[in-house]
Design a protein around this ligand. Structure first.
Ligand code: SF4
Length: 418
């Protein structure tokens, strides 16, 4: 029987993994109320069709053989340990599902006994959930480095998504902070999964596809000295060569003491800038080298697209009615959807600033970089533009999204468009 204490330890231990897009909730039901959020372990994720769903986020065990410096579950840490069996996870998942707490499972584990034994137990869990409990909900499974390929591939047939966490952006940092792992132990299984997905695609396999929702990974930011450029070059390679769905960045938080680790956290701003740059690489055609400035890092003062535009003022202003799509995508204040709307609308009429405002273009930002029918309303002074953009960025960074946020902020927060 699974007791509340074990459940608490195993859901709490899973909370630092952000590769499934997570958020916690501690709401308890009040008398006469309706519904009850579980104390720990419920996170949110997005399915391939874009729905936001709740997942039970849990470790099978937090009793690890390995000793990664940054991890609260590492072998040398003095923390309460707990484990759960495949059957207990299945019952818990089905129970929570029937109570409408969750729509899926995010299952991970510390490495107990051996990598193979751990992967075998994870595999057994997902196979049972699908075949014995007939569970058709979403499953995201963490892969175990060094586990046998056959076990990984078997599990991949039963789950929607798999992820191997790269954790640190270079082999050197892995050696220092996670000495039992190597880059190959993480990258090679990812390559094999990617090849298996490609095989399914080429052969038009529809049922029994491996990981139909693809792979993700996570990197810890600021625990090791790599620059933003190094982190983003690795990210770019993962998207390009392995077709990863997402790379998640987790800002380092000093939850464990170690002389090998910084004593202060990396801060959320750096994480935020990396997500913005990641978006620009995937959807706006930017290269890492274009986005990084001094010291191979992103500018902290304004978003990477504004920072790039400020470094390349000789390319602006561009005429909205004639500029190619690639250039419109590079204008601060014109998001990807805005750029496509402009391309479509200008086939029928020449656009002015009023037309752009109706298309939700952020005029106060874009006006410094564009002309409409030859008219320019931006500032001529580089210093004034930089000050206006920084002010705008500060307001955007400071504003918590709410029901009443302006449409510009809300759209940017939801879609990531900048
Ligand atoms: S393998 Fe490393 S990161 Fe994973 S649980 Fe064990 S100590 Fe933590």
């Amino acid at each position: 029987m699974l007791d509340a204490r074990r459940l608490e330890i195993l859901t709490e231990s899973a909370k630092y993994d952000v590769s499934c897009s997570s958020s916690g909730s501690k709401r308890v039901n009040a008398k006469g109320g309706l519904g009850n959020a579980s104390v720990g372990g419920i996170c949110h994720s997005f399915t391939p069709d874009g729905r936001c769903i709740s997942l039970l986020k849990i470790l099978m065990s937090n009793d690890c053989l390995y000793d990664c410096e940054y991890c609260p579950n590492r072998r040398s840490a003095d923390v309460p340990r707990a484990s759960i069996t495949p059957d207990e996870i299945c019952e818990l998942t089905i129970n929570f599902y029937k109570r409408n707490y969750i729509e899926g499972l995010f299952l991970s584990s510390a490495v107990f006994s051996s990598p193979d034994r751990t992967m075998e137990a994870l595999c057994e869990t997902v196979v049972k959930l699908r075949k014995i409990y007939n569970f058709n909900g979403y499953i995201h499974l963490k892969g175990i480095p060094y586990a046998d390929d056959a076990l990984i591939m078997r599990a991949a047939k039963y789950v929607d998504r798999m992820s191997f966490n790269i954790e640190l952006p270079s082999e050197k940092s892995l050696k220092l902070l996670a000495p039992q792992k190597t880059r190959d132990s993480l990258i090679l299984p990812m390559k094999k999964l990617s090849a298996a997905r490609e095989y399914d695609k080429q052969n038009k396999i529809r049922s029994g596809k491996v990981i139909p929702a693809g792979q993700t990974t996570q990197m810890i930011i600021g625990a090791s000295p790599e620059s933003d450029g190094q982190i983003l070059r690795l990210t770019e390679a993962l998207y390009r060569k392995m077709g990863l769905k997402r790379v998640y960045y987790s800002s380092y938080i000093p939850v464990v003491e170690s002389p090998k680790l910084p004593t202060v956290g990396a801060g959320l701003l750096r994480e935020h800038r990396l997500y913005q740059a990641d978006w620009l690489i995937r959807f706006y055609g930017f290269d890492v080298d274009e986005l990084c400035g001094e010291g191979d890092n992103l500018d902290a003062d304004c978003d990477p697209k504004c920072a790039w535009a400020m470094r390349n003022m000789q390319l602006f202003p561009v005429e909205v009615n004639t500029a190619p799509l690639e250039m419109l995508l590079r204008v601060p204040g014109i998001g990807a959807r805005g750029a496509y709307r402009i391309i479509n609308a200008r086939k029928y009429t020449a656009l002015d600033f009023d037309n752009l405002a109706k298309m939700r273009i952020i005029i106060k930002r874009a006006k410094h970089f564009i002309t409409c029918k030859g008219k320019f309303y931006g500032s001529e002074s580089r210093g004034a533009i930089k000050a206006a953009l920084m002010l705008d960025n500060r307001a955007e960074n400071a504003e918590q999204l709410s029901m009443f946020s302006s449409p510009d902020v809300a759209v940017s927060a939801i879609t990531g468009e900048i």
